[in-house]
Ligand binder design. Sequence first.
Ligand code: ATP
Length: 254
Amino acid sequence: MAKPLLTVDSLVKHFGAVTASDGFSMEIAEGELHALIGPNGAGKTTALNQLCGELLPDGGRIFFNGKEITRRSIHRRARLGLARSYQITSIFERLTVRENLSLAIQAHNGHSFRFWRKAVDDPVIRPAIGPAMERVGLEERAEIPASHLSHGEKRQLEVGMALVGQPKLLLLDEPYAGMGPGGAVELTKLIRRLKTEVTILLVEHDMGAVFSLADRITVLVYGKAIASGTPQAIRNDPEVRQAYLGNEGNRCFA
Ligand SMILES: Nc1ncnc2c1ncn2[C@@H]1O[C@H](COP(=O)(O)OP(=O)(O)OP(=O)(O)O)[C@@H](O)[C@H]1O
């Protein structure tokens, strides 16, 4: 395996009597698209929240690009190159695609002190907006308010906003949720293109997307990683089929 960009070592997280992370460990290699899958309630979101710093673990450690980040703030993790695209929308509905991306660039650059100048007109920010729109295929939608975008285009915009800081690792939290077939095809094309540029951790229930995109997959069950490997290895792992989905596994992994 290439050098690990992210190492998760025995994370533990309790919510009262519930143990949502129960010694969860995984490694993400630089350059790969790594999918994290598991049944409802397995602890995927809890794991993701600990990786990006929204939740602090009760035990265990996280290393990113050679540094321990277990207790670092969200902001400091972002500065180190860890970006998350949210399942819950983080965009401003009334602002255009251009304006949303310009604000994301402004926030990333720490230029919020220029509040008297519109971000889109800022000479430092303006040159970065075009490439940011192109990166996620929204250049023809530049002047459209976000509220008029399709569900899929909103996802593209969210990903575009997460990418403005040129992250080393992009965390994608269920990007296919609520997506129609047309949008899903476009999103797959976008993620396939992005995976050549940035390491990605994809948390996703859509097994078609996971198995077509992932270089490696980790399977989480009851807060523990029960398997980690190539899609082929995961598909053929009897423990995964049994523990992850029971009989349903045969259908999902067919
Ligand atoms: N803030 C919280 N307070 C109490 N319990 C929580 C909290 N967050 C998660 N849990 C519990 O922790 C367990 C893991 O939840 P989590 O949302 O991480 O799973 P998940 O794999 O992301 O599920 P899904 O696929 O349904 O989104 C569940 O039993 C859940 O009810």
